[in-house]
Structure formats: structure tokens, C-alpha cells
Design a protein around this ligand. Structure first.
Ligand code: UFG
Length: 340
């Protein structure tokens, strides 16, 4: 059985759906602070409401002794559960270090303890990291490879970076197998229209523009138009959430087949500016989006584009659904169902 922490969240829920489609037994742990209860109902997956940092609870789940596990031991952990608002992390770093660092550390300790107790193949961990661990890369480092120096510039990025370091240390000392994924900009929704992005508050570009298209927002603010990019607005690498989900399945299969410690960027290698995203959303929705230019948002790098050749070469992964039109089509379908 696979334990998915944060399985009621955006990327987590899509990964749970794909795992189940592929025949994996899954149990989800989520505290439902940001996770969506109706996603769990829709997924029809065994569910435990609780904290990833609750050592006793995790130990019980890993052993298969929790009633939702039906006596099945956990064979791998996919750890999504985290707070992920950059701005909030600056205002309240304690919240981020407590949840993202202390919570994950406790989880990792329980995983290693359980592996030791079993005295068989160690339990691998798949960990959600972020391009925010790279901070503000030099233009010479674009597209960003996994070897690019990591210099996070906010507590959110640092919290993820710290866990990456802890995973490395645990792999050396306790032979913890791991796959670390550094996501670029997750976007899109499940093509069925019944899972998608639902953050409260919403801070991400695509859902905010879709809000404007639906008339839930008067305009979209563009944070800065004086960047050194072709149209002056920031460039990001948008990756379809289904492609992220499929990377998790491949990572799981890879680490089961060949134990080790792997780190992969997950993006497409193509960047789009804020204005290009608005233009594509206008095309897909047929709505005219009003824009308002405002100051730069502190801490926004001008360009973030992934070099994903390592994920392709080592895991055989490549984005299949991350064409920008497909991302926006799926996001729009979901957004209308969810928010109209
Ligand atoms: N943007 C706007 N207006 C908005 C919202 C966003 O102009 O109302 C711009 C941002 O300045 C940025 C781009 O749109 O250039 C994308 O912004 P998002 O907030 O959607 O995403 P980020 O690139 O800031 O954040 C993503 C992940 C984070 C991660 C970060 C690393 O969502 O989890 O990349 O930089 F930390």
C-alpha cells in the first residue's frame, strides 16, 4: 500500500487518482487545512485525517495497523503535505518551519525506524520540492538543471531545501531511498473536470486570470512589466498537473526497481510570459481580460525554465499534456464547474 500525505491537495489528488487508475492500493493522510474534502469523496480512497508530523499516527499507518490500511504495510510514501504560500512564509516563517520542516522530519524518522524494524527493503520516500529552492538563478543558468546552485530566498523555499538536505543525510546514514521532485509551475486540471486547482486564498496566475474571465474578479494585476524579458513580464515554465502525477508513478517504479537517491526537475523546458498566458486564456475562454499593471512582487525571479533532460533520461518521463492550450483548456473546464 502507498501512503500519500497531502493527497487531498492539488497535485496530491491528481497523483492519487492516477495511482488508483494504475491499480495501486492507496491510503491518504491529510489534515484538510488546505486539502479539499470533496476530492477525497470523489476519489473514494481510504482516508485518514491527521498530521504528517504525528509520529505515533505515522508509525501505526506504516505498520498497516491503522484500520484504513486493512493490515497492509506501507511500501512507499509520497509526501506532498506542506504549506506552500511564499508570501505567508515570509510573514509567518514559524508556521512553515514547524509544518514543512519539523513535520517532514518526524515523518522521515518514522519511515527510517519502520524500515529498520522490518529489516527488509527500506521504504522509499517521494518528496515534493520546488523550483523555489533555486532562488533567483543567474540568466546563464537558464534552463535550470538539477546541478544549479540552490539559494532559496524565502522561508517556503528554504523549508523545502532543508528537507532535501535531511533526505540526503538520511540516505547516507540510514540508506533511505528517495526521489526528490522540484516542480516548476503546476497548472491545468484533470481532463474529466472533477479535480483541479482550488486554493484559498488563490495567489496563482492562471486561476486568477480564469476568475477574471468568469467575472469573479474585475481584472488581473500584472506584477511588473519592466523585467528583462521579451515583453517585460515574468516568464515561467507551466507543467500540467497530470504530467506531474505521472512523474510520481515513474519515480515510484524507478526507486522500487533500482534503489537510490534521485532528484529531478519537473517542467517542460518552455517558458511563457504573463502576457502570453493572458492572451492564451482570452483565446480559450473568448473573454476579454482587463489588466492592471502594478509593481513587481518581491522575490519574483524574471525567468524560471527547467531543464528536464535528467527526468527524461533516467525515468523515461516526458510531459505529454503540457501544451499551453491543453493546460488552459483543462483549467478552464474545471474552473467553470467549480466556481461559476
Ligand atoms: N503573477 C501576476 N499576477 C498575479 C499572480 C501572479 O503577475 O496576480 C505573476 C507572478 O509575478 C509570476 C507569474 O505570474 O511571474 C506566476 O506566478 P504564480 O504565483 O502563479 O507562481 P510563482 O511562479 O510565483 O510560484 C511558483 C509556485 C510556488 C513556487 C514558485 C517558485 O507556485 O510554489 O513558483 O518561484 F514557490
Amino acid at each position: 500500500m502507498i501512503l500519500v500525505t497531502g493527497g487531498a491537495g492539488y497535485i496530491g489528488s491528481h497523483t492519487v487518482r492516477l495511482l488508483m487508475d494504475k491499480g495501486y492500493d492507496v491510503v491518504v493522510l491529510d489534515n484538510l487545512v488546505h486539502g479539499q474534502k470533496d476530492f477525497i469523496e470523489r476519489l473514494n480512497v481510504p482516508f485518514i485525517q491527521g498530521e504528517a508530523g504525528d509520529g505515533n499516527l505515522i508509525s501505526t499507518i506504516l505498520k498497516g495497523s491503522h484500520k484504513e490500511c486493512c493490515s497492509k504495510e506501507i511500501e512507499a510514501v509520497i509526501h506532498f503535505a506542506a504549506y506552500a504560500y511564499v508570501g505567508e512564509s515570509v510573514k509567518d516563517p514559524a508556521k512553515y518551519y514547524k509544518n514543512n520542516v519539523t513535520g517532514s522530519l518526524s515523518l522521515l524518522i518514522e519511515v527510517c525506524n519502520e524500515s529498520k524494524r522490518r529489516n527488509s527493503a527500506p521504504i522509499p520516500i517521494i518528496f515534493s520540492s520546488t523550483c523555489a529552492t533555486y532562488g533567483i538563478p543567474e540568466s546563464i543558468d537558464i534552463p535550470i538543471t538539477e546541478k544549479c546552485i540552490q539559494k532559496p530566498i524565502n522561508p517556503y523555499g528554504r523549508s523545502k531545501y532543508m528537507i532535501e538536505q535531511i533526505i540526503h543525510d538520511f540516505s547516507v546514514a540510514y540508506s533511505l531511498p528517495s526521489v526528490i521532485f522540484r516542480y516548476f509551475n503546476a497548472a491545468g486540471a484533470h481532463p474529466s473536470g472533477d479535480l483541479g486547482e482550488h486554493h484559498d486564498p488563490e495567489t496563482h496566475l492562471i486561476p486568477l486570470i480564469l476568475d477574471a474571465a468568469l467575472g469573479r474578479k474585475e481584472n488581473i494585476e500584472i506584477f511588473g512589466c519592466d523585467y528583462e524579458t521579451k515583453d517585460g513580464t515574468c516568464i515561467r515554465d507551466y507543467i500540467h498537473v497530470q504530467d506531474l502525477a505521472s512523474a510520481h508513478i515513474m519515480g515510484l517504479e524507478l526507486v522500487k526497481k533500482k534503489t537510490g537517491n534521485y532528484t529531478f526537475n519537473l517542467g517542460t523546458g518552455t517558458g511563457y510570459s504573463v502576457l502570453q498566458i493572458i492572451e492564451e486564456i482570452e483565446k480559450v475562454t473568448g473573454e476579454n481580460i482587463k489588466v492592471k499593471y502594478t509593481n513587481r512582487r518581491i522575490g519574483d525571479p524574471s525567468v524560471l525554465i527547467a531543464d528536464c533532460s535528467k527526468a527524461r533520461n533516467v525515468m523515461g518521463w516526458k510531459p505529454e499534456m503540457s501544451d499551453l492550450k491543453k493546460i488552459i483548456d483543462d483549467a478552464w473546464k474545471w474552473h467553470k464547474i467549480r466556481f461559476k
